[in-house]
Write a protein that binds this ligand. Structure first.
Ligand code: NDP
Length: 438
């Protein structure tokens, strides 16, 4: 069979099987695992289902070359899950709405905003029906809207709990931004409300869906760095501008740099090791007289020890120029992501003794194609709803960070090292690892 006739056959076959909607598509996982996207046994929404088969091209290079992965495939628009976006701020408009263009299972179908004119403009830009634009008062009417399966909460931190509880009561699944809330009690309320309504709750820890982070988790778990001894993580930015911004108000933000950006360091030490800390000590500092830090802290450093003996040293600040990185020190090698917590441009390095020259150190970059972290995270939520699976970062993951952040503040205030009960097992607050959709 000639190449062209082979191609013609494949295409016809694809069109036929896609029409029947009964074929499994094989999707290769980011870490080399292979998953089959099968018809879910109990779909929880009328939408969703099987991804169409991937369109295949004949090989173009030898096996020595890196696999391009092939063209992406996606659910047809009418079968993608509908998301209502709540709060049209920077993250929503600069990252999330554009990310839907790269989603395979999800689409934006409703908006919730306190600014009707802005919402109208955004609705027009993204083809959202005018009747699907809500405000904070009539938000609960989402219950009557069949276009919406999932509510994505992108509001100031203090509003996460209320809008999660109301959203779950309206019968919708909830994807909520980090930090999950301002207090441990609020986190528990959110978990309880979603359980009671039999709806899924996922916290939007985008890094846990991002290929460089997943590769580093696998590198550590495969012992490719030897025994991990220490993790150093820093995430800070020079926060400024409008002194009235919600991030500088304790009631709205819950804290300063720690819940906003320091949480990335805390969360990374937990997902890299899979463990929960057994000791915590910390310090905070705010420049005296700086009007930005009247209510919230400027900088925090915290140290933790994990059951396996791994030590973590973390820093976060609203006062230093953007730095977003971590390094994992193992007995045989070190691995780092720098930047680690940015939206794009992540770089992974591994350094170990050269296998060919005992006098030399080999530091090399592990390169992989960049993916939109937000699209991966949104699709994971949709996938969990379609497949009736627990999200990889459920409410329990957000609750654990909230508990630990409260202890970090307590350790800083008292100057004492806090000891926690040992948690056995790995990844105890996480659902199954996310699969990669082609
Ligand atoms: P913004 O201030 O840019 O946007 C928040 C939006 O919430 C506002 O535009 C407004 O939308 C709505 N809002 C409702 N009530 C208030 C209020 N009282 N004060 C201020 N805004 C209000 O914040 P971000 O988009 O940067 O952050 C939103 C959430 O997303 C936070 O929880 C933050 O931690 C998280 N985040 C996560 C990131 C990540 O990488 N995962 C990155 C950045 C933020 P409207 O005008 O439509 O009503």
């Amino acid at each position: 069979m000639s190449e062209s006739s082979k191609g013609e056959f494949s295409r016809r076959q694809i069109l036929t099987t896609a029409g029947l909607g009964a074929v499994s598509a094989v999707a290769s996982g980011g870490m080399g695992e292979s998953v089959t996207a099968q018809q879910p046994s109990q779909p929880v929404t009328p939408r969703g289902g099987t991804l169409p088969p991937q369109i295949e091209f004949p090989p173009i290079s030898e096996k020595t070359e890196v696999d391009t992965g092939g063209p992406p495939t996606a659910l047809p628009p009418e079968r993608r899950l509908g998301f209502a976006i709540v709060g049209l701020g920077r993250l929503a408009l600069e990252e999330i709405m554009p990310a839907f263009a790269e989603c395979k299972l999800a689409k934006p179908t409703a908006l919730v905003s306190g600014d009707a004119a802005k919402a109208k403009q955004v609705a027009q830009q993204y083809g959202i029906k005018p009747q699907n634009v809500y405000n904070y008062q009539n938000y609960d009417n989402l219950r009557n809207n069949p276009d919406v399966d999932v509510i994505y909460i992108i509001l100031p931190n203090s509003m996460h709990a209320e809008y999660t509880v109301r959203g779950a009561k309206a019968g919708k699944h909830i994807l909520c931004e980090k930090p999950m809330a301002n207090t441990v009690e609020e986190c528990q309320e959110m978990i309880d409300a979603c359980k009671q309504a039999n709806r899924k709750l996922m916290i939007a820890y985008r890094c846990q869906y991002e290929p460089h982070h997943r590769a580093m988790i696998q590198t550590i778990r495969n012992k490719e760095l030897g025994t991990v001894k220490l993790i150093q993580a820093d995430n800070g930015q020079h926060q400024g501008g409008d002194l009235n911004q919600w991030r500088l108000k304790r009631a709205l933000a819950g804290g300063g740099s720690l819940p906003d950006v320091g949480i990335y360091c805390l969360n990374a030490t937990r997902y890299l090791t899979g463990e929960e800390p057994i000791t915590i000590s910390a310090q905070t500092f705010s420049t005296p007289g700086d009007p930005r830090f009247k209510e919230v802290e400027e900088s925090v450093t915290f140290q933790m020890r994990f059951p396996s003996g791994v030590l973590a040293i973390c820093s976060t600040s609203y006062g230093f120029h953007e730095a977003r990185r971590f390094r994992v020190f193992g007995s045989d090698a070190w691995g780092q992501l720098d930047p680690a917590f940015s939206y794009s441009g992540l770089r992974m390095m591994i350094s170990r003794k050269s296998p060919t020259n005992s006098m030399a150190e080999n530091a090399s970059e592990v390169r992989m194609s960049e993916k939109n972290q937000f699209a991966l995270e949104i699709d994971h939520m949709a996938d969990c709803v379609i497949q009736n699976k627990q999200p990889h970062t459920p409410g329990e993951e957000g609750l654990q960070d909230q508990k630990l952040m409260a202890l970090i503040y307590q350790a800083a205030q008292t100057g004492k090292t806090i000891t926690l009960p040992r948690v056995s097992g790995l990844d105890v607050t996480r659902g199954p690892a996310p699969r990669t959709l082609k």
